[in-house]
Write a protein that binds this ligand. Structure first.
Ligand code: SF4
Length: 201
């Protein structure tokens, strides 16, 4: 026979059975209750970890491509590769809203100043991925018209090899960039103030 106190369908008509000694809990003090509450709802971390976590998981790339590699870059945003799993699917039309420049394709000498201007218009912090052989070192185009590596005009964070690299390769590059961001140092605090000039100087 089952214990009537264990019956979950007991109605009000049937009187509540007396509590067992094991069910009686000792009243907890105010201090213990506060400690319990704090332990379950407060998380300790550092500002640097939170900022880096947010930056690494919301990298918005600039939406532009230079040659054939750009087709593979476009594929990462589709449902097959789904780069939104890594928070990097929001391709921006304006450099002012972009964190990441993916240089997808060969950079011609004529295009180089335009690319540099776009990079300068991106707000800090910003990152660059050289996608494919052409943007990394000029690829097979060893001639006067093609820049022999985009790192001659902008600082590159990650190089993705291949001609063209597959979308998985680019996603791997983005993951490497995330690792780099997660361990980077951030600058905190107010902007440095200008020193006051002494009178008569
Ligand atoms: S690396 Fe290959 S696929 Fe990419 S732009 Fe150069 S030639 Fe085209």
């Amino acid at each position: 026979m089952t214990d009537p106190r264990d019956n979950p369908f007991r109605t009000l008509a049937s009187a509540a059975p007396p509590k067992r000694a094991a069910d009686l809990v000792m009243p907890v003090s105010e201090e213990d209750r506060i400690r319990e509450e704090l332990e379950s709802s407060i998380l300790f971390t550092t500002v640097e970890s939170v900022v880096n976590w947010a930056r690494a998981n919301a990298i918005w790339p600039l939406g532009f491509g230079l040659a054939c590699c750009a087709i593979e870059m476009m594929a990462i945003a589709g449902p097959r590769f789904d780069v939104s799993r890594f928070g990097a699917e929001v391709f921006r039309g304006s450099p002012r809203q972009a964190d990441l420049m993916i240089v997808a394709g060969r950079v011609s000498i004529k295009m180089a100043p335009v690319l540099r201007q776009l990079y300068d218009q991106m707000p800090d912090p910003k990152w660059v991925i050289a996608m494919g052989a052409c943007s990394s070192c000029g690829g097979v185009f060893n001639n006067y018209a093609i820049l022999q590596g985009v790192d001659k005009i902008v600082p590159v964070d990650v190089y993705v090899p291949g001609c063209p690299p597959r979308p998985e390769g680019l996603i791997h590059g983005i993951m490497k960039l995330q690792e780099k961001i997660l361990v980077s140092k951030i600058e905190l605090g107010p902007f440095p103030r200008k020193k006051k000039r002494k009178a008569g100087v």
